[in-house]
Design a protein around this ligand. Sequence first.
Ligand code: EZ4
Ligand code: CO
Length: 416
Amino acid sequence: MPSQGDISEGHAGERTITGARVVVCSPGRNFVTLVIETRGGVTGIGDATLNGRELAVASYLEDHVCPNLIGRDAGRIEDIWQFLYRGAYWRRGPVTMSAIAAVDTALWDIKAKMADMPLYQLLGGRSRDGVLVYGHANGSDIPATLEELARYREMGYEAVRLQAGVPGLDTAYGVSKDSMFYEPAGDALPEEQIWDTRAYLRFVPELFEKAREAVGPEVALLHDGHHRMTPQEAAKLGRALEPYDLFWLEDATPAENQEAFRLIRSHTTTPLAVGEIFNTIHDCRTLIEEQLIDYIRATVVHAGGITHLRRIADLAGLYQVRTGSHGATDLSPVCMGAALHFDSWVPNFGIQEYMRHTEATDEVFPHDYRFEKGYLYCGETPGHGVTLDESLAAKYPYEPKQLPVARLKDGTLWNW
Ligand code: EZ4
Ligand code: CO
C-alpha cells in the first residue's frame, strides 16, 4: 500500500495496525466492541453497538473493515475515515457509520495513548470542568415518576428527563419494571405495544405541571416524544408545555423529513432536540441551517466517531445549536468515555444524556470517568479512559434481543 506514507512520518512502524477484532458480549445487554492493535503494542477500543442489530455491525467490521485495516498507519485517522466512508462506495446508514465510528474511536484512543494524553487534549483541550448530564426518571403514573425525580435530585442531578405511563395504555416508551435500569430491548422478537397519541397529549402537560410544582423553577426538566407525534401534534404539545419551561422536547416527530420541523418551530418556543438516530451531517443539515432545533443529539458511536461528530458540532455552532448527545445504556461505556472527552472540549456543548449502566456492564468495561453532583468528569488516563476486560466479557455471550414495536389501537404499525 504505497499511498499510506508510513515511511515519511517517523516511528510509523510502531503505529502499524497488526490486529483488529470484534468482541460481542452481553453483560445484561448486548455490546459490540472493536479492538485495534498496533506493532508497538498500543491498543485502542471503539464502541460499535447498534441496539437490536448488533451482529450486522459485527459482521460489517469483521468481514469488510478489519481486513482493510491491517498494515495501515493507525495515526492516519482522517485518511482511514475517508477510506472507509468513500471507499465502501455505499455511503451512510447506521450499520456503516457505527462501524466507522468504532474504528475512529479506537484510533483516537491509540493516538492519545501514544501522545500520553487524555483524548480531550488532542481535540484542543478543555472548554469546561465537568459535563452536565441528565438522568431518566420514569414511573407508571405521576406520583411514581415524581418519586423517581426526587431520587435523582437526591443523587445530585440538576437535569432530569421525565417519562410516565399514560392512563389507558398498558405500556409507554421510557417506563419499565426496573426504573433504575430501563432497558427497552427485551425479547428475541419485538414486543408489540399499543399507542394512542391523543391519550398521551391529554396527559403529558399535567405530568410537567406537577413536576414543576414539586421541584421549583431551577431544575432542568426534559421529555422524549420518541418520534410518535405528527408535526401538528408536536406543535400543540410544545405550546402546552411552555408554562413548565422544559430544557427540551426530544424527537417530537420523525425527522427523515427535516422540513417537518418548520411547522413545530413556528408554533412553540419549547426548545427542540433531535438526532439520536442520525448517522451523518446530512441528516441534520436543514435542521441546523434553518435553526429548526436547539440541540443536536448525534453521538460518537452512531454518527461516524469523533471525526464526524466534530464536523456536525462545528456546523451546529454556526447556528447557535448546541450538543446534547444520546447516552442511553445501549451505548457502551466506551462510547460514553469518548463522548465525555468530546463534551469536555466542544465549545457549543449543551448537555449529555446519562443512563447508568448496570454493575455487570461497568465491570466488563472498566473506566475512569465519574459522576459527581449532576456532572460527569472524564479522567486523565491517556486515551479515552475506557478498557475492556475480555476474559470477563467472554462469560456474557451474545443474546438475541430486539427493540419493541408500537401499533395504534386498530393494529396499524406506528413509530416506537
Ligand atoms: O430508545 O437508545 O433518549 N433516549 C432514547 C433511548 C432509545 C434507545 C433505543 O435503543 O430515546 O432510550
Ligand atoms: Co430519545
